[in-house]
Design a protein around this ligand. Structure first.
Ligand SMILES: [Fe+2]
Length: 678
């Protein structure tokens, strides 16, 4: 019988190589060969190796459809063979049939743990209606069955998006688990921060900070230029307002044409900032007023820290953008949703400590809303839904699986770890934040009632909030450029694989994927506006763009600056120990310090922000696809074009940043990760 040439590529990561015995079966239109040994005597499957073999099938299997790779423990005769439980990462396999036929490429990019086999398809992407051979139809069905067994949904907290049914990262399989390199960096970073604070005895100190100077001294060891900038400017009104545009939570500010009834700001209150010749009504009509409303925080449960009850408010801030000049500035702050004598409206013209304390209460609300909703819910739990639905509903050969799997990398690991180490009872959220996990849980449940599709689609979100033309809004400017690049890329990919709207409607796997995201992630809530089916190519392009954007750029924008903006704790206090002021003229420095978090909670949270704001190695920046799931020319050309557009965007951002006192790097493509992985 004629010989086939087989080339196998093993991954380069630590632990990717194996001593186990490998063989391959060739599955064709006329049957399947027995396992044919891949053996040269030696360790062929070393990390990083690409090895050639020759195999001779005992029968003619017809046209090749699939290959089955087998891995079994080596006989004990070979020394130093730690075979049992050994894992192997296969990048790809190439099979060259006899008589000069073109090589067939089988992308894999999967771990095979212990004894077992992997069934691989030739790499041309195929939608189910293109698969006519029953063996191929059977293969995609069986692959999905196995994945649905391996990755199951669970309800972690009722009213939250459902998530992966695993208790601990220890039990995750290697395909979704942090690499050894990433894990090691992660724990080294965490360990060193904790050790540093422990050495200073700070994690055990339950009392107040003695002074702002003391706080400054403690966190002096890990300065970044942004942390320095925050320290210099945190009390300034312009910087307070700037953070609504380009801080950690740039998604709340909206144009205000009508003052909310429960926020009775008057002309006299705002005249000093608006200047002569105008009025509140005139500025509302002109569209130069903006509102940030933390109403969702009203009535949310608060935590007990060091045995003391903590406090939270649901403030509102009115801001003013002078048309054509000057920075955005705050006009007025009310610390509750209920106006009245006990909830005065604070103004920039108030006594220094009254005004600073009011702004600091807003910054505390910002911490709660940002960490619970913008970060945890929208940038972790929602991307987890995309990741899990992708694994369960799209087979490896599906073009959308190939397109999206890089954007799900490590998301299930970091979220499982988050449930284990961040939000579980007794962990940092519970120990050291003003809301604790009880408050986080209520906030997420409330936000799930409102979260809608347009909030997940940046162009719609910008339009809905009326912030299309507010100047110096870098989150919007950079985000829109990236959205545009992703949309163009996705649109090219959809053009390649979906010839018509009908072909979208007929893709049953795609429809099951969309349905699962709607029903498991958004709990089947029609008012979310999340599609439950997709009927056109246009709708599919928007949907897939939304998935990629939220799994990459959005997370970076709301996560990478956590340490920059939070390391100087008074700029982003995780909790407040005294109730909010009910009158003016009482605030002093001592009261300000007594309101801020205690020493141990500060250190606990700042350590977490340090750990979670930086990707722990093993990075894959946006648009980099070292796992080559696509083998056809057309998608590979689109990937290259996407990469060059991202490089162009990066050049623009870096150029712009050079002229800024505080650069905005969080959406610079090389710094954005492909997926939510920290
Ligand atoms: Fe994150």
């Amino acid at each position: 019988m004629a010989k086939f040439r087989v080339r196998v590529s093993t991954g380069e990561a630590f632990g990717a190589g194996t001593w186990d015995k490998m063989s391959v079966s060739i599955v064709g239109t006329r049957g399947e060969t027995p396992p044919l040994s891949l053996d040269h005597l030696g360790k062929e499957f070393n990390a990083g190796a690409e090895e050639d073999f020759e195999v001779t099938p005992p029968q003619d299997v017809g046209q090749v459809l699939l290959v089955r790779l087998h891995k079994a423990p080596l006989a004990r005769s070979r020394p130093l063979a730690p075979s049992a439980g050994d894992a192997w990462f296969c990048r790809w396999l190439q099979l060259t049939p006899p008589q000069g036929a073109a090589p067939l490429h089988f992308p894999c990019y999967q771990w095979l743990e212990g004894e077992g086999s992997l069934l691989l398809r030739e790499g041309t992407a195929k939608i189910s209606w293109e698969d006519h051979h029953p063996t191929l139809q059977q293969q995609r069905w069986e692959e999905l069955q196995a994945r649905r067994e391996a990755y199951r949904w669970k309800t972690y907290i009722p009213g939250w998006p459902r998530c992966l049914n695993e208790e601990t990262v220890k039990h995750l399989n290697l395909n979704i688990k942090y690499s050894v390199a990433k894990n090691t960096t992660f724990y080294l970073r965490g360990g060193s921060s904790l050790a540093e604070l422990k050495l200073k005895g700070l994690l055990d100190r339950k009392g107040l900070w003695k002074s702002l100077k003391e706080m400054r001294r403690v966190f002096n060891f890990r300065k970044t230029p942004a942390v320095e900038y925050v320290f210099e400017h945190w009390q300034e009104d312009a910087f307070f307002a700037y953070q609504f545009l380009n801080g950690l939570n740039p998604v709340l500010i909206r144009r205000c044409h009508y003052l909310p009834k429960n926020f009775p700001v008057t002309d006299a209150m705002v005249a000093p900032v608006l200047g002569p010749g105008t009025s509140l009504q005139a500025e509302l009509e002109k569209g130069s007023l903006f509102l940030v409303d933390y109403g969702l925080l009203a009535g949310v449960r608060t935590n007990v820290i060091n045995g003391r009850p903590q406090f939270s408010t649901a403030p509102m801030t009115l801001l003013y953008q002078h048309p054509g000049r000057g920075p955005l500035l705050p006009l007025a702050i009310q610390l509750s949703q209920t106006p009245g004598p006990n909830s005065p409206i604070f103004l920039p013209s108030d006594d220094k400590w009254d005004w600073l304390l009011a702004k600091t209460w807003v910054r505390n609300a910002e911490f709660s809303i940002h960490e619970a909703l913008t970060h945890l819910l929208q940038a972790h739990l929602v991307p987890e839904v995309f990741a899990l639905a992708t694994l369960r509903q799209l087979p490896h050969c599906h073009p959308l699986f190939k397109l999206l799997i890089p954007h799900t990398r490590y998301t299930l690991h970091i979220n499982t770890l988050g449930r284990e180490r961040l939000i579980a009872p007794g962990q940092v959220v519970d120990r050291s934040t003003g809301l604790g996990i009880g408050g986080f849980s209520e906030l997420i449940q409330k936000n799930m009632e409102q979260l809608n599709y347009s909030a997940l689609c940046l162009p719609d979100d910008i339009r809905a909030r009326g912030v299309e033309d507010i100047p110096d809004y870098y989150y919007r400017d950079d985000g829109m450029q990236i959205w545009g690049a992703v949309e163009r890329f996705v649109s090219e990919m959809i053009d390649i694989y979906y010839p018509s709207d009908e072909s979208v409607r007929d893709d049953s796997e795609l429809q099951a994927w969309v349905w699962e995201i709607f029903s498991e992630g958004f709990l089947g809530r029609e008012s979310s506006g999340l599609p439950s089916t997709l009927g056109t190519r246009e709708a599919l392009i928007q949907y897939v763009t939304m998935v990629i954007f939220n799994c990459s750029a959005k997370h970076s924008a709301v996560s990478a600056g956590q340490y920059d903006f939070g390391a100087w704790m008074p700029n982003l206090p995780p909790t407040m120990q005294l109730p909010p002021p009910t009158s003016k003229g009482q605030a002093r420095l001592e009261g300000f310090l007594a309101t801020l978090p205690p020493v141990n909670a500060t250190c606990d949270v700042v350590t977490a922000l340090w750990l979670l704001s930086k990707e722990p190695g093993d990075r894959r920046p946006l648009g980099t696809y070292p796992d080559e799931h696509f083998i056809e020319e057309a998608p590979r050309r689109s990937i290259a074009a996407f990469q060059s557009r991202l490089a162009e965007i990066s050049r623009y951002i870096q150029e712009r940043n050079r002229s800024l006192a505080l650069p905005y790097p969080y959406l610079d493509p090389p710094l954005i990760e492909n997926s939510v992985s920290i």
